[in-house]
Design a protein around this ligand. Structure first.
Ligand SMILES: Nc1ncnc2c1ncn2[C@@H]1O[C@H](COP(=O)(O)OP(=O)(O)OP(=O)(O)O)[C@@H](O)[C@H]1O
Length: 262
């Protein structure tokens, strides 16, 4: 097993301890320990097959671990073991996930997409017929401003660029005021300008939400990196600041060398 350096902060929102998960005898996640601080922006990197997606699946309840605990430290001071909960229950606790491909209501306006996500639980038509309160409107405006789509609020979502759709979906999740936001390769398929704006968006969320971003694009990671966790063979290989991680010989060997990014 590789030696790992895992930092444990006091103000935590999530503690993943001794978690393992095998698929047909293959350990995709192997005795993983990971701690996420309140309001932290964390980047997770690792070569293909390192276990990044499985790690997210274990947090969101999509997959159950064979061993270990995933503890969500709630606002009210009570801890909850997420491994005992179902996916929808975890989502209701304020743990949201953004998958790599954008998922928006193509035929509805940008504004209505946010309305639809605000009214989570109601059907599409019920949500659209529902009259937003002044507080809802304010929340929607705030989200649109955060994701910088105010000028496109009446535009049909299907007509947005790939990057704009990704921002809209992030906005839809933000409207639900998540405590933890898991974001899977947000910059994939984006232009350089869109990538930079995505980085600015994620940085602007720091302190307001706890965010975990899986990414491969090293330039983008450099832009958003605070603490970086390197996963390798389902275990934390290294954790630290971008340069500490990027200059680490073992990390270079297992990850950066193969990714042709330096
Ligand atoms: N449902 C499954 N059944 C069998 N094997 C799986 C399953 N899910 C993941 N694996 C295996 O577990 C390992 C880790 O996969 P995972 O997708 O978590 O890695 P990753 O770091 O997200 O990779 P990538 O960067 O390529 O997306 C891989 O070898 C994968 O084939």
């Amino acid at each position: 097993m590789v030696n790992s350096v895992v930092y444990k902060d006091t103000d935590l929102v999530l503690s993943v301890e001794s978690v393992s998960k095998s698929f047909d005898g293959f350990k995709a996640i192997n005795d993983l320990n990971f701690y996420l601080g309140e309001g932290e922006l964390r980047t997770i990197i690792g070569p293909n097959g390192a276990g990044k997606s499985t790690f997210m699946d274990l947090i969101t309840g999509r997959t159950r671990p064979d061993e270990g605990t995933v503890t969500f430290h709630q606002d009210d001071g009570h801890d909850l073991d997420l491994t005992k909960l179902r996916e929808y229950q975890i989502n209701r606790l304020g743990i949201s996930r953004k998958f790599q491909t954008p998922s928006v209501y193509q035929d509805h306006s940008v504004y209505d997409n946010i309305v639809l996500s605000l009214n989570h639980g109601r059907g599409v038509w019920q949500s659209l017929l529902y009259k937003e309160s002044a507080a809802d409107k304010e929340a929607i405006e705030e989200v649109l401003e955060t994701v910088r789509l105010q000028d496109l609020c009446n535009e049909r979502a299907g007509l947005l660029s790939h990057g704009q759709k990704q921002w809209l979906e992030i906005g839809m999740l933000l409207a639900q005021k998540p405590r933890i936001l898991l974001v899977d390769e947000p910059a994939a398929g984006m232009s350089d300008e869109e990538t930079e704006r995505t980085g600015e968006l994620l940085l602007s969320l720091e302190g307001k939400h706890s965010i975990m971003v899986i990414e491969h694009d090293m330039e983008f990671i450099r832009q958003i990196a605070r603490k970086v966790t390197v996963l390798h063979q389902g275990h934390v290989l290294k954790e630290g600041k971008f340069l500490e991680v990027a200059n680490d010989p073992t990390v270079k060997e297992v990850y950066l060398g193969r990714q042709k990014h330096d």
